[in-house]
Design a binder for this molecule. Structure first.
Ligand SMILES: Nc1ncnc2c1ncn2[C@@H]1O[C@H](COP(=O)(O)OP(=O)(O)OP(=O)(O)O)[C@@H](O)[C@H]1O
Ligand SMILES: Nc1nc2c(c(=O)[nH]1)N=C(CO)CN2
Length: 170
């Protein structure tokens, strides 16, 4: 069984799509652990503000099979893949880490670079797994968040009503 950390984001009908994404993850992988939900301005393109969170799952799926399954969940939630790479999205689910695997596995880059770049990934990850070591850098996510330039990206926690998940939220 592998432990996998996932980043979820949405900037179109955010609550609806994040809830549906989490429901689909529970259906496929059982109980989840999730961070708080954070709102932040869109990074990298002009668009509506995002909601983001990090979820931990346990799975026997290979990296490639998991990536396919996540893509399917995105598609079921109205994800459009035409148009520019950076554009508004109903639901984005990215694999951040898969156990301690590093390098390119089944076409997936592990760990995902965005962990070190984006506050909307690193802060919720540091909440969910403060003492876990980044498999390449060798520092914990809490240490990485403390060292992060926290003035560079503003984000704020929001109330998030995920009706089917209240018992699993940290
Ligand atoms: N860690 C990863 N998690 C998810 N997909 C990844 C990862 N590393 C590489 N990929 C590849 O990137 C491709 C693009 O998917 P991705 O969801 O990242 O696109 P995108 O959502 O437009 O980009 P981004 O999420 O960076 O905005 C996927 O088909 C997948 O094969
Ligand atoms: N705040 C925020 N900005 C983004 C996000 C995101 O999830 N949150 N995702 C992007 C493409 O994956 C680009 N920009």
């Amino acid at each position: 069984m592998a432990t996998v950390y996932l980043s979820l984001g949405s900037n179109i009908e955010r609550e609806k799509h994040l809830s549906a994404g989490l429901d689909a993850l529970v259906k496929a992988f059982g109980d989840l652990r999730i961070s708080q939900v954070y709102e932040s301005e869109s990074v990298g393109f002009a668009g509506d503000d995002f909601y983001n969170l990090v979820a931990a799952i346990d799975t026997d799926l290979s990296v490639g099979a998991l990536a396919l399954h996540l893509r399917q969940i995105e598609d079921e939630n109205g994800r459009q893949r035409s148009g520019p790479k950076f554009s508004a999205r109903t639901l984005d689910i990215d694999i951040l880490t898969y156990d301690e695997l590093t390098g390119e596995v089944d076409g997936i880059q592990l760990p995902r670079d965005e962990i070190l770049k984006n506050a909307f990934v690193l802060l919720p990850l540091s909440e969910l797994a403060p003492d876990t070591l980044h498999p390449v850098v060798g520092k914990t996510y809490q240490q990485l968040w403390e060292a992060y330039d926290q003035s560079s990206q503003k984000l704020w926690p929001v109330e998030f009503d995920w009706p089917s998940g209240s018992s699993t939220q940290i």
